[in-house]
Design a protein around this ligand. Structure first.
Ligand SMILES: [Zn+2]
Ligand SMILES: [Zn+2]
Length: 148
C-alpha cells in the first residue's frame, strides 16, 4: 500500500540534504559526503604538512556512514606527528588522498577540504597543533578553538 504523504516528506528531506563530492586530482577516486560535516579543522602538525605539501592542512569530518568512496584506492597506515594512528586512502594513479581516519577521532572519516575545490566550503572551527604553525600563518575567526 502506498503512503503518498510519507513519500512526500522523505523526498523533501532528501532535497534539503547537502551532498558534496571530493575527488582526487585525476578524478577517478570520489568521496560523496552527505549532510554538513560534523567538524572542520586546520592542523599544523608536521605529518599534515607532509601529507598536504602545504604549511598546514584543512580537513572536514563526517560519520563513516555519511561518506561513500568510489574508485580505486591504495591504503596506507602511519603513526602521525600527534602520536595518533592514521589510515589514508589515496588514488594509486595521481596520488591524492581523498579520505582518512585517525584513531583519535573514532567513527569519523576525514576528507581534505581542498579535494572539494569549493572556496565556499564552511570555515574551520578548530586550529590544532599550533605549536607547529609557520610564523606567517594566521587562522582567523573569533570562534576558532585553538590547541597547541
Ligand atoms: Zn587520481
Ligand atoms: Zn595534523
Amino acid at each position: 500500500m502506498r503512503n503518498l504523504g510519507r513519500r512526500g516528506i522523505a523526498a523533501g528531506m532528501m532535497a534539503g540534504t547537502i551532498v558534496r563530492v571530493a575527488t582526487c586530482r585525476c578524478g577517478q577516486l570520489q568521496a560523496t559526503c552527505t549532510g554538513e560535516p560534523v567538524r572542520v579543522s586546520v592542523c599544523h602538525c608536521l605529518d599534515c604538512q607532509k601529507r598536504s605539501g602545504s604549511a598546514f592542512a584543512v580537513q572536514a569530518r563526517w560519520p563513516h556512514a555519511d561518506v561513500t568512496l568510489a574508485g580505486e584506492f591504495t591504503e596506507w597506515s602511519h603513526t602521525a606527528d600527534s602520536g595518533s594512528r592514521a589510515t589514508f586512502r589515496f588514488c594509486p594513479r595521481c596520488g591524492a588522498t581523498v579520505t582518512f581516519a585517525i584513531a583519535a577521532l573514532p567513527g569519523l572519516t576525514g576528507v581534505p577540504v581542498g579535494a572539494f575545490a569549493d572556496p565556499q566550503f564552511p570555515p574551520p572551527a578548530f586550529s590544532v597543533y599550533e605549536a607547529r604553525m609557520h610564523s606567517w600563518v594566521a587562522i582567523v575567526g573569533a570562534d576558532v578553538e585553538r590547541w597547541d
